[in-house]
Ligand binder design. Structure first.
Ligand code: ZN
Length: 290
């Protein structure tokens, strides 16, 4: 084999280069998960960790841009996730469609020349985070149709996050199907677009839900399993994402995107089940939120 290998490398250098390109396009890709970009509520407020001051978001985007990295929506990331393209890219996703993303994150994304995906809860377009009511989470307005049109006009993507932000694992199959497929249809009818990207509320799902996402015609689905996505290996309907928290420092975030730090950290035996689980669940229980 060695002789053949040497012969091929000497006589067909183009083949060698294509192999190298294939290797490069298999490099893991970090997909970041953001929630709100706003001034955080007072200490002790549930899910406060998911509210990032706009200046922190701007600093993260600037730093990654300076290092030569390009932030992309899930739609724009597709060729990289399929191994067709390679480059210093990372995904930017924003769960729930908060109006403060339109107010604060959108101008920053535009300035950077980045794109991002907002996952919309379609029964609450122009409404609020109704699923959080009664949990001590402050009521926060969500984007309306006019904001979503602005979002898309700026090159950003609109993805679906079910109709009612349900935990799919607590739904019967018929309801789960209606939430997954219905939210795609709602957005497509309201905005006249094709919706390619789906995000599981609370990250919660089973294999059958991933199959529903696939059959509903989505091109990708995201979870909150914390690691980088591996092109050609991870199921496109169950892609991992790295959540960005209020308390995370910039060096950690840069390491999560530009190195294998997060993959290594989550492989350790005493790793946390999910970083987000800490903010919604009482101590001693497991679970997650997105
Ligand atoms: Zn959510």
């Amino acid at each position: 084999m060695h002789i053949i290998d040497t012969y091929l490398r000497t006589n067909f250098p183009g083949q060698d280069m294509r192999d190298e390109q294939r290797q490069a396009s298999r490099k893991p890709i970090a997909i970041l998960s953001y929630h709100q970009t706003a001034r955080p509520p007072k200490r002790g407020t549930p899910v406060r960790a998911l509210v990032l001051p706009p200046w922190r978001f701007a600093l993260q985007m600037h730093a990654l841009k300076l290092l030569g990295w390009q932030g992309l929506s899930m739609r724009d990331l597709e060729p990289y996730l399929q191994g067709e393209k390679a480059g210093k890219v990372f995904g930017i996703t924003m769960d729930d469609g908060y109006l403060n993303n339109h107010q604060h994150a959108l101008p920053i994304l535009r300035r950077m020349g980045f794109t991002a995906t907002a996952y919309i809860v379609t029964a609450q377009i122009g409404g609020s985070n109704a699923w959080d009511h009664g949990k001590g989470v402050p009521t926060v307005p969500l984007m309306g149709l006019e904001h979503l049109r602005d979002w898309m006009d700026a090159g950003m993507e609109v993805g679906a996050h079910t109709r009612n932000h349900v935990n799919l694992c607590e739904c019967d199959a018929q309801t789960a199907q209606a939430e997954i497929e219905g939210s795609k249809r709602d957005l497509e009818q309201a905005l006249g677009i094709e919706v390619r990207s789906f995000c599981y509320p609370y990250g919660e799902h089973r294999a059958e839900h991933a199959e529903m996402v696939r059959r509903s015609g989505y091109a990708n689905g995201t979870t909150i399993v914390s690691s980088r996505a591996r092109p050609g290996e991870d199921d496109p309907m169950r892609l991992p994402r790295i959540s960005v928290h209020l308390y995370d420092k910039l060096p950690l975030q840069l390491a999560q995107v530009t190195t294998d730090f997060e993959d290594w950290r989550m492989q350790r035996p005493n790793r946390r089940t999910s970083p987000l689980s800490r903010w919604y669940q009482p101590p001693g229980t497991t679970g997650a939120s997105a």
